[in-house]
Design a protein around this ligand. Structure first.
Ligand code: ADP
Ligand code: MG
Length: 232
């Protein structure tokens, strides 16, 4: 579960400040997906960075499964993020020298506490996830040999390697055509339901909004219930 309570975040801007997030609150329950839509520069990526504990807000709190991230030491926050939060950014950010399978396996070898999963278990998990996102036949391919849509699928599979309870996804379709983009959104929704994660998704494409459990609008840092979705 993701919960934001009255979160405010500002960035310095010369002599003044930019209020990127203005007292935003939301709750996303396991197995549900909340979409955030809004114009460029309205604070959507900032909100995801705060929700995924990458940035600490100035005011308000972020709770992951009821644990307030603000009350944790830096190491504990990193562990919470590694163990509980899957993060998918706009660009796939895959390592050029690793195969699809290796991108996923690497996730189990990161972090301060050694994984108690064996190599064989890690590999089996990675293969299962590549199959779940429909790219099992590309397991041995490096990113340059994958299409944009396939790279984004590997990126999504990688986010699930540590069995997160929370998934944060920032405009995953922006580099894809309409059809491939729609397939990626359907995949994210399917994984949200079948793996019971609480998903926060930023999307600029309104055609996906009817599929979401909740749709929020962000304008100038202010989060509100999306009007068209509220009327439906
Ligand atoms: P969106 O994802 O909706 O396009 P962002 O969260 O990226 O919006 O940005 C919100 C506002 O904060 C914008 O005015 C942007 O210029 C500003 N901003 C974002 N990141 C930074 C940063 N690291 N430093 C200063 N200003 C930033
Ligand atoms: Mg953004």
């Amino acid at each position: 579960m993701i919960e934001l309570r009255d979160v405010t975040l500002t960035y310095p801007d010369g002599d003044s400040v930019i209020t990127a997030i203005n007292a935003a609150s939301l709750i996303v329950l396991p197995g549900e997906i909340t979409a955030i839509t809004g114009p460029s520069g309205s604070g959507k990526s900032s909100l995801l960075a705060v929700a995924s504990t990458l940035i600490s807000p100035e005011q308000g709190s972020v709770l992951i499964n009821g644990t307030a991230a603000g009350g944790l030491a830096r190491r504990e926050t990193a562990a919470l993020r590694r163990d509980q939060i899957g993060i998918v950014f706009q660009q796939a950010n895959l390592l050029p020298s690793l195969t699809a399978l290796e991108q996923l396996e690497l996730m189990s070898h990161l972090g301060s506490t050694p994984s108690n999963r064996s190599r064989a278990q890690t590999r089996a998990k990675a293969i299962e996830l590549l199959a779940a996102v429909g790219v099992e036949k590309k397991a041995k391919k490096r990113p340059h040999a994958l299409s944009g849509g396939e790279r984004q699928r590997v990126n999504i599979a990688r986010a699930f390697m540590n069995d997160p309870s929370v998934l944060v996804v920032d405009e995953p379709t922006s580099a894809l055509d309409q059809e491939r983009g729609a397939a990626i959104i359907e995949l994210v929704i399917d994984l949200t339901r079948t793996r019971n994660v609480a998903t926060l998704l930023v999307t600029h494409d309104r055609s996906h909004l009817p599929l979401m459990d909740t749709v929020l609008s962000m304008v100038d840092g202010n989060l509100s219930v999306h009007e068209a979705a509220a009327a439906a």
